[in-house]
Design a protein around this ligand. Structure first.
Ligand SMILES: [Zn+2]
Length: 266
């Protein structure tokens, strides 16, 4: 195992010194508990659920917009009493709930924390189809928010509670496990270059917002939290939030004027 005698000896000496240093370091780390801290910080739970890179460039560039905050003085024409506070089901199930073919993600029917399907390819394809049709009519639609993991929703919700308090946060944000964005089937839709209307009620007043409201069902989407249904859906009017149900269901719900909550209880 020794090298021929003519070779220099210094690399061996350096190697031995390095080995001693590594060994010494390892013993020190074990004694001080440094290693166990390192291990605890990189458990699979922490590393595997980090949001996968967002698939669309818009999502990377555009920060998650803060949802519109409730008006300080209540508007008399909009009854939001049903959306006040939190009357949902706190217990997360082991399996997702599907009713009448609809994967539920609501205050009453939360998703399991580990339900992490990623963005639905069908929903994305339907959005692209809708965006192409909108483009023909002169609107450049963007999905500024799509799939969100349980952990991401947790981060957002906790930030909103910190900023606005829990009661206010519950009116415009889903608690982790209760967001439709966790299904991979929901998109927050806006018009390119009109960020001032992103996640704002004002989007519903824009021509693009009106276009999406009246055409979404043709592509399999429904406006999930319509105006005047706050008590039923438990959420404020969100003219930007669309849920993919497939063309057949979306048409049925839109034509009947029923929300998902009303449809599953028919
Ligand atoms: Zn949304």
């Amino acid at each position: 195992m020794y090298q021929p005698p003519k070779k220099k000896k210094w690399p061996w000496i350096v190697g031995a010194l390095v080995a001693i240093l590594i060994l010494g370091g390892a013993i020190w780390a074990q004694q001080t508990g440094y290693l166990s801290q390192l291990t605890a910080a990189t458990t699979p739970d922490d590393s595997q659920q980090v949001d996968s890179p967002e698939p669309q460039p818009e999502e990377v560039v555009t920060p998650e917009p803060e949802p519109e905050q409730p008006e300080p003085t209540p508007e008399p024409e909009i009854d939001r009493s049903g959306a006040k506070g939190y009357e949902g089901n706190e217990t997360l199930p082991q399996e997702p709930t599907v009713i009448k073919g609809i994967l539920m993600a609501s205050k009453q029917y939360p998703l399991p924390a580990d339900y992490a399907p990623g963005e639905s390819k069908d929903a994305r394809a339907a959005f692209e189809e809708m965006a192409a049709a909108a483009r023909v009519d002169g609107f450049e639609l963007v999905a500024f928010s799509g799939y969100r993991s349980f952990e991401r929703q947790q981060e957002l919700y906790e930030r909103y509670v910190k900023n606005d308090g829990q009661e206010a946060a519950d009116r415009y944000s889903a608690r982790p496990g209760h967001s439709e964005h966790q299904t991979g089937l929901a998109f927050d839709i806006g018009e390119k270059n009109f960020e001032e209307h992103y996640a704002r009620e004002s989007f519903g007043e824009t021509e693009a917002g009106k276009w999406v409201a009246s055409n979404a069902h043709k592509f399999g989407f429904i406006m999930r939290y319509p105006k005047g249904k706050e008590k039923i859906t438990g959420y404020m009017y969100e003219p930007w939030h669309f849920r993919y149900l497939g063309k057949e269901l979306a048409k049925e719900l839109t034509e009947s004027g029923l929300t998902v909550e009303e449809y599953i209880e028919q």
